[in-house]
Each structure stands twice: as structure tokens, then as C-alpha cells.
Design a binder for this molecule. Structure first.
Ligand code: XIL
Length: 331
């Protein structure tokens, strides 16, 4: 649609507007994606299990296709992700006989992995989510119990950032997490990044995933999180924004389309959220949606199988929704 203004065009000079994509979406909707977004994240294609499924096998075909698309259209590219408890193959943490690998072995594998993947996209990927989701959600506990923690020990984050910085000293290195505005988790993320900084660890930013919904978190809670993270002096990226139609514990499956009331709520929600982001433009460099349009949302079927969702500013036909116009209005 040539009459629709460009989303990234409207936000030029404010912050980048990004989308998570796959080879499928860039092939099918490439023109639309390039029109509205000037930053891309590979939704899955740079994750450990996809790009490095076996110890001696890397598969770069899909990641390369996304990187070339970004380059061709002059878009920024975010690297997602090096160290995570999900979508990481078991072999990373095991000896050939299945027994746990030593700390040195796992760190050596991380050096090989990061060196090969970051090295390949050096100069093309400006920001990396070096560590993803390392903080425990449950109150009380601090670090999530993962195989990285188990095999390497508590300094695995520091190690990961040091390794990444050595490989690409000009890349901006991010700690990325969800439920990032929840006061208890927020304070743990703050403590983690502050202790990394205090130890002289090269961490340059915090990624706020932004998997929110129509009913929460409250805008003031989002503001407090932005304030607290920005007070560390690091850059902020909103890395995976979407506004689910359902609270996380809502298991309804009967809705085939959003009601008018839900559509209106989505519009108001995006309006207040982008007004807030705009206010903090001096700290926020990039806002990425987790999907380019409702046709490609990961929330279809997650966390409730068979259920649809409508969390993005473009519908399943790639048409701008009222939420699109409310976002545009805040630029
Ligand atoms: C999701 C993808 O969107 C899905 O396609 C995949 O099946 C699972 O992972 N937090 C993250 C992202 O950091 O990598 C996740 O992406 C969504 C939650």
C-alpha cells in the first residue's frame, strides 16, 4: 500500500524500528518489511541449535539470507542470541559418552561458537544479545538454573561478554530478558548488570523484550524499569515487542478475532507505550517488534495450542491497524 507512511521513516532520528523475521517472511513479505522496518532480528536462524546443530557443523544458509536482505536494504541487524537455556543443543554441555563436560570444555565450545558466528557477521551485526534470560522468575532465586550455570559456574555471563568483546570489539553487547518490568525481576536484572559493570565486564546495553499484553504491565511500571536500567548508563533496546490479547494465565481458545473493545485497547496501549519510548529517546536506540505483522506472530499457538493472537500493528493481510496510526502519531 503506497499511501501508508513508513513506520521507520516516521521514527527516523528517534530510534530504529525493527522486526523479527524468518527466511519465509522476507521471501513472502520482503517489500512490506523493507518499507516499515530499518532493523532486523533473525527470529530463530541465529540461535545455537539452528546455526550450529552439531559440534563440527555450522549451517549459515538461513542466517546469511537474512543478513544479505538487511544489507541490501540498508537495515541494522541485531544478533540473537549466543548464550541461552533454550534452543541450544545438549552436545554443548556433554562429553561424547553423555557425561557432563568440564567448565573448560564448555567455555572452549563457546569461544568456537561465538568466534565463528560473531566473526562471520562482524561489521554487519551492530548489537548482539550475548546472554538471554539468565535471571530466575521465581522470587527468592537469583540466576536461572541452566546448563550454562551448572557446567561453567556463576561467572558464565562475565565469561560470555568477555569472549564476545574479544571477537568483535565494536559490537554493542546486550543482556536481554522478559518480565523485565516486574519489580522483583527488574531489581535482579539491575543487580546483575551492575555487578558485571562493576567488574569491568564489557556489557553495553539491556534488551527489554517487551512481551506485554492488553492489560499489563502498567505503563508506570514500564517507566520505572526504563529509568532504573538507564540509570546504569547502558543503552536500551526494546527487543521483542508484542502486545498479546491475553494475560499469560488466560487459557481461552474460543476467540477467532479480536473484539472492537480489544482493538481499541491495543490502539491505546501502543499509543501510551510509544509515547513513553519517545520520552526516553535519549536512552533507547531501537524498538523491535517480534514479528512484522500478525500473519507471522509466534503467539499463534503460544502458550495455548491452536489459539490465534493479534499482537502487532499490522494485520494478517499486512494492512495497518488503528494501532499503527497511534504509533505513527507519537513520532
Ligand atoms: C521464539 C520464536 O519466536 C519461536 O518461533 C520459537 O519457536 C521459540 O522462540 N524470547 C526470546 C525469543 O528471546 O528468542 C523467543 O522466540 C521468544 C521469547
Amino acid at each position: 500500500d503506497t499511501k501508508t507512511p513508513s513506520l521507520h521513516g516516521a521514527y527516523a532520528g528517534i530510534f530504529n524500528i525493527g522486526a523479527a523475521v524468518s527466511t519465509r517472511t522476507i521471501r513472502r513479505e520482503g517489500g512490506f518489511i523493507a518499507a516499515h522496518y530499518n532493523s532486523l532480528t533473525a527470529e530463530n536462524q541465529m540461535k545455537f541449535e539452528e546455526i550450529h546443530p552439531e559440534e563440527n557443523r555450522y549451517d549459515f544458509a538461513a542466517a546469511d539470507e537474512i543478513a544479505e536482505f538487511a544489507e541490501k536494504h540498508g537495515m541494522a541487524l541485531r544478533g540473537h542470541t549466543l548464550v541461552w537455556h533454550n534452543q541450544t543443543p545438549d552436545w554443548v554441555f556433554e562429553e561424547k559418552d553423555g557425561s557432563p563436560a568440564s567448565r573448560e570444555k564448555v567455555l572452549e565450545r563457546l569461544r568456537d561458537h561465538a568466534g565463528t558466528v560473531m566473526g562471520r557477521y562482524k561489521g554487519r551485526i551492530s548489537a548482539w544479545d550475548v546472554v538471554n534470560e539468565a535471571i530466575e522468575d521465581k522470587s527468592g532465586a537469583y540466576l536461572r538454573e541452566t546448563k550454562w550455570l551448572e557446567t561453567v559456574g556463576e561467572d558464565y555471563l562475565e565469561q560470555a561478554f568477555r569472549i564476545a568483546h574479544e571477537i568483535d570489539p565494536s559490537a554493542q553487547l546486550f543482556y536481554n530478558d522478559y518480565n523485565e518490568t516486574d519489580p522483583a525481576k527488574r531489581d535482579k536484572i539491575h543487580r546483575l548488570v551492575r555487578s558485571l559493570l562493576d567488574a569491568g565486564t564489557p556489557v553495553h546495553g539491556i534488551g527489554m523484550q517487551g512481551h506485554w499484553n492488553l492489560y499489563g504491565p502498567p505503563i508506570e511500571e514500564i517507566r520505572e524499569a526504563i529509568e532504573l536500567y538507564a540509570s546504569l548508563g547502558v543503552r536500551l533496546h526494546i527487543t521483542e515487542l508484542d502486545i498479546s490479547a491475553f494475560r499469560f494465565d488466560d487459557r481461552r481458545t474460543d476467540l477467532l478475532a479480536p473484539t472492537n473493545e480489544m482493538e481499541e485497547l491495543l490502539t491505546r496501549r501502543y499509543e501510551e507505550i510509544f509515547r513513553l519510548f519517545r520520552e526516553y529517546r535519549s536512552a533507547i536506540d531501537s524498538v523491535t517488534f517480534w514479528g512484522a505483522a500478525d500473519s507471522g506472530t509466534w503467539l499463534d499457538g503460544f502458550p495455548v495450542r491452536g489459539r490465534l493472537n493479534w499482537p502487532l500493528p499490522f494485520d494478517r493481510e499486512l494492512k495497518p491497524k488503528p494501532a499503527f496510526w497511534s504509533i505513527l502519531d507519537q513520532a
